[in-house]
Structures are given as C-alpha cells and as structure tokens.
Design a binder for this molecule. Structure first.
Ligand SMILES: CC(=O)N[C@H](C=O)[C@@H](O)[C@H](O)[C@H](O)COP(=O)(O)O
Length: 231
C-alpha cells in the first residue's frame, strides 16, 4: 500500500464500498452554474453519495460549502490531449478551491506545462495532496502507481485511443487493475449507467464506483428515453 498518513487513509476509507456521484455540466449547457451544481451535489449526498466528484474552481468551491462528504475536484481545460487537470497549477488551484482529493489525467501524453506525470505527482504529494489517477489503459495505471497516486480509476478508458470505448463500463480494464494492484483502491468510472452496472463493478472488487451522466446529466438521460420512445 502507498504510505498513507491516517488522515488520507480515513478519507479514502469513507467511500469504501460506496457510490461517488460526479456532478458536471459541460460548456454551453443550461445547468453550467455553480449554484445549480451545488444543489445537484447536495441532492446526491442526501440520496446516498459518499463523495462528490466535480469540475472547475467555482463548482468545487460551491459544492465544498454545501456537502459534508469528501469532494474530488478536477479542472478541465482544453479538449485535445490532456484536459483533466492538465498542469500542476490546475491541480493546486483545485486544492485551494476546496477539493479533498484532486483527480488528474494520468496518461503519458505531453502535459501543457512540460512536467511529466511523475514530476506533477511528486510536487503534489510534497504539498500533502491526495491524488486520484484518471487512467485510459493498464500502462497508465502502472505509471500512476509508480508515480505515487493514492487512487487509480478507469475514468479515461475509451477516451484516449488506447482502448476501445465499451458500451458500458470497461470491465476488462477494471479486472486487470484489480489483479495487478490489489493494494491500491481501484475505482470504476465511466459509462456506469445502471444500478446493475454499479453492483457488478462492486462485486468484482472495486473500492468504489463513480456515476456521472446517469444521475446528474438530464440532457443525456432524457435523450435515452426520447430515443426509446421514438424508435
Ligand atoms: C472522459 C471524461 O472527460 N470524463 C469526465 C471526468 O470527469 C466526466 O465527463 C464524466 O462524466 C465522468 O467521468 C463520469 O462518467 P459518466 O458520465 O460516464 O458516468
């Protein structure tokens, strides 16, 4: 196990075996408003979320003030290449805004500030930060573990070109991660669309599951129903 201090260990333990809800609205969307996201996050907490994952400094700050559960913060900038908390500056800003854990792109693609993943993680660990690695394939996972990340996640599977985008969660990557890194909390995130999907990843041994779209993105949920009704 990575050398955790007891504060980090109890933070990570607080969502062991539990649901994490990702509350994000994308640029140009009607719900892209920190107050709205804080209301969504508080609703998710009341419904049983053991942590909230959220994007952008204003949302992190608003949500941190509204929920008691841990906040996993990230800051998306750009669309190509590394866009989830792309630099050390973005990560530090997330922490300053109130994130208890910061999620970063953990691929080996070039980062805009020229730092490597390992250099970025080292600087943040020296600050005392708790780090979640958003991985796209097992090589990213191995690198993230080497770099000192506290939590590893399937977040970027199907979005980096390294793996095909599965219809639902990437069960295959999840099982590789669980087998190779039994001592690090493994989170399944991405395209978990039903309670059955969520139960299955927990039964496989995931530490926790992150659900975003299927809980907090009404535009997409509506389109699922609308398409089903029309066809
Ligand atoms: C690939 C990427 O940028 N994923 C983002 C990461 O924060 C979010 O857009 C996703 O909503 C989140 O990962 C949860 O996944 P899903 O919405 O499929 O439940």
């Amino acid at each position: 196990m990575n050398p955790h201090n007891s504060r980090t260990a109890s933070l990570i333990e607080s969502f062991h075996g539990r649901l994490i809800v990702s509350c994000q609205a994308y640029p140009g969307e009607p719900m892209r408003n920190p107050e709205t996201m804080a209301q969504v996050a508080r609703s998710a907490e009341i419904g049983g979320a053991a942590a909230i994952r959220c994007q952008g400094l204003a949302d992190i700050s608003a949500i941190k003030g509204r929920v008691k559960v841990p906040v996993i913060g990230l800051w998306k900038e750009g669309e190509d290449g590394v866009y989830i908390t792309p630099t050390l500056r973005h990560a530090r800003a997330c922490i300053m805004a109130g994130a208890d854990i910061v999620a970063l792109d953990a691929t080996d693609r070039p980062r805009p500030d020229g730092l490597t993943l390992r250099q970025t993680a080292r600087a943040l660990k020296d600050d005392g930060a708790v780090l979640m690695a958003d991985c796209g394939c097992i090589e990213d996972v191995d690198n993230a573990v080497d770099a000192g990340f506290d939590i590893i996640s399937t977040t970027l599977s199907g979005y980096t070109g390294a793996r095909a985008r599965t219809e639902g969660p990437d069960y295959e990557l999840l099982s590789q991660m669980l087998e190779r890194h039994p001592d690090i909390p493994v989170i399944c995130e991405g395209r978990v669309h039903t309670p059955d999907d969520a139960r299955r990843v927990m039964d496989m041994g995931a530490w926790a599951v992150v659900v975003g779209t299927a809980i907090t993105h009404p535009m997409t949920i509506t389109s699922w129903f609308s398409d089903a009704v029309r066809s």
